[in-house]
Design a protein around this ligand. Sequence first.
Ligand SMILES: [Zn+2]
Length: 206
Amino acid sequence: MVTVLLEADSSDTRVLRAAAASLRHYVSFLEVPGQEVHDVVLAMDDSPAPALFRMDRRRGVVVSTWQSEGICLYAGIERGDYLLLCTLLGLTQWQALDINPILVAEDFEHPAPSRCLFSTLPVKQDYALLFEEPHVCPTCLQFYRCLGAEMSVMALQQALRRIHMRHTPLAYAARTSRLLPHDVSNRTPERRQNGRSGGLDREDSD
Ligand SMILES: [Zn+2]
């Protein structure tokens, strides 16, 4: 389990903790600095920043809330889910960095272009398109697993599954071909062909 110390108490950290409640086997959030042992510190920052988060081996993860209201509104994603995904993306990279001393943050730059949430986009508002159907590509999942960030990757996958199931149960079922009535399952190949990015949106199964 990754133990995260929240740098401050705010409405956003409370929303984040509520959104992360089902991930307690993978990641746990501590509120009060002090005696409790933690792996990493998480802060939130609303100053202008182009990325969803930034992270540093020593200082931990900072989630950027700048422009987040507009992104959530456009993409139809709840604020807690947005903050949770940004947190888990940052934690995944931080854990990979923490475990592998020879790596630097620049090693995590995503091959562009992609709809993967690990992509870095030049304009913050453009992330709204990625959050419409939040997704992490199989290459990234494999990459971070190989680097030892298994716990954060599992939390990220579970968070994505939960968001997909809640917001688009049919689309989720079509992608995974699970929990499906037979007639809908038969239409899956057609739906995939019409998808914007073909196999890219497919999620790894467990
Ligand atoms: Zn990716």
